[in-house]
Each structure stands twice: as structure tokens, then as C-alpha cells.
Ligand binder design. Structure first.
Ligand code: GLP
Length: 244
């Protein structure tokens, strides 16, 4: 779906998320949401906060799993995705702290494997993600699943692509300060979500959006795997859709 701008598209996506939360509330069940960081979801989170404050949308039944975190990363660092999520969403809504899951960038190296397996197991035990929200990186990554990530990849530690490192430099003052690794939910984990919404805004994303939507399905563009998902939608502004 193509919208004239990010604000309009974000309002529609926020409404879809709110509808899932309300539907699950009526059923007396938790809504299990996979969340993303970066600039792309910011206006969606703003709209959800507005709905909470002005319309009484409650997040008391919401359980969240974030896609990724740099490694190593302290949660209170400026660039931490934990900090990002609290500042841009969680501090402003009534979600229960114990329902928030974000990959832990402070683990010792030998604890990562078990931690990642348990991350996937927790999602599975809850019956899977009702919705996964995604952005896309210019390498075609979803989460931090860089080119070469397989369709069945689980949550794991990954090495960041040089293009991702250079795109992240703006948040880290200098490129040499960007961590070279991250913990990311796997493509396999993402693909098991019942519904997926990927959002992309701006001209910079137009070439990779075209490859994702119209290109061949290949691990060279991990986002292209979404073409095979039964309930995935791509929400764009006109600039990100320019090459379609
Ligand atoms: C980041 C994140 C992704 C995000 C992507 C795009 O590195 N790991 O989850 O979707 O890159 O970021 P942005 O939304 O800022 O363009």
C-alpha cells in the first residue's frame, strides 16, 4: 500500500495494531507483538501513544518481542534499542515491564546461544507472534538478518554488513564506534508471525524496496522472503515506492 507520506501510512498501521490489541482484549488473550526500532516505526509509536492517552487504548494485555539489539550494548547507552523502545514507546503506555522482551546486548559470549534459543521458545510458547512490525535496511535486512541469512534462520548472533555499519555511523558519532555484531530474531522466527507489516519511507529505500517486492526470492535480499509469507503487507510512502 502506498501513502502520500509517512504520517498517513503510520496512522493506518497504528490502527491495525490497535485493532489486534482490542480484538485480543475482547477474547481475554494476550496480544503478542514483534516490534522494530529505527526511524521507520517512530510515527507509528507516536500514534499508538496518542491512542493510549486520548482514546484509552490499553496495552495491559500486550507482550512484546523486539527484533534486535547491537552486541555488545549496555541498555542505557544512547544507541541501545532498549533505551530507544522505552523512550519512544514503553515509557508512555501502560505495558507491564515483565511483558517486554528485547535482545540483551550485555550477555557474555558463551551465554548468547542459549539465550537466543530461549527467546524463540518464549515466542513459540505464547502461540507465536500475532503481528511482526518491520523496517528494512539498505542491504535488504529485516531485523539484522543481513544478506546470506537463510529462510529458516533462528534468533542468533550475527555480523553486521559494512553498509549497515556505515548507515549506523550517524548514531554513533564515528563509524569505528559502531558495534560489528548484533543479536537478531531470525528470518525463520519472523516468518512464523501470523501477520507481518513492513514499513519503508523515503527515497533512500526505493532501490531495496523494489528488489524486495519485484526481485527474485533470494537470501541475498532477506526481505524478499516476505514474498512467500501468506499475510505480509508492505506499507510505503510515495518516495519509497518510486521504483516500483
Ligand atoms: C536497523 C534495524 C532494522 C531497521 C533498519 C532500518 O539497523 N536493525 O530493524 O529496520 O535498520 O532502519 P531505519 O528505520 O532507521 O531506516
Amino acid at each position: 500500500t502506498v501513502f502520500p507520506d509517512d504520517t498517513t501510512g503510520s496512522q493506518v498501521v497504528a490502527t491495525e495494531i490497535a485493532d489486534i490489541i482490542k480484538e485480543k482484549q475482547q477474547e481475554g488473550k494476550p496480544a503478542v507483538l514483534g516490534l522494530a526500532t529505527g526511524a521507520s516505526p517512530l510515527n507509528i509509536y507516536k500514534e499508538l501513544i496518542r491512542m493510549h492517552k486520548e482514546e484509552g487504548l490499553s496495552f495491559s494485555n500486550v507482550i512484546t518481542f523486539n527484533l534486535d539489539e547491537y552486541y555488545p550494548m549496555e541498555p542505557d547507552s544512547l544507541q541501545s534499542y532498549v533505551r530507544f523502545m522505552y523512550e519512544n514507546l514503553f515509557n508512555h503506555i501502560d505495558i507491564k515491564k515483565e511483558n517486554i522482551h528485547i535482545p540483551d546486548g550485555t550477555l557474555s559470549l558463551d551465554a548468547v546461544k542459549t539465550y537466543c534459543r530461549e527467546y524463540d521458545e518464549q515466542i513459540e510458547k505464547l502461540g507465536g507472534l500475532d503481528l511482526q512490525l518491520l523496517g528494512i535496511g539498505r542491504t535488504g535486512h529485516i531485523g539484522f538478518n543481513e544478506p546470506g541469512s537463510s529462510l529458516s534462520s533462528p534468533t542468533r548472533m550475527v555480523k553486521l554488513d559494512p553498509l549497515t555499519v556505515s548507515d549506523a555511523a550517524k548514531d554513533f558519532i564515528k563509524e569505528e564506534f559502531v558495534p560489528l555484531r548484533a543479536i537478531t530474531m531470525g528470518v525463520g522466527t519472523i516468518m512464523q508471525a501470523k501477520k507481518i507489516i513492513l514499513v519503508a519511507w523515503g527515497q533512500g529505500k526505493a532501490p531495496i524496496v523494489q528488489e524486495m517486492v519485484e526481485g527474485k526470492i533470494t537470501d541475498e535480499v532477506p526481505a524478499s522472503f516476505l514474498q512467500t509469507h501468506p499475510n505480509a503487507s508492505v506499507v510505503l510512502d510515495e518516495r519509497a515506492a518510486a521504483n516500483l
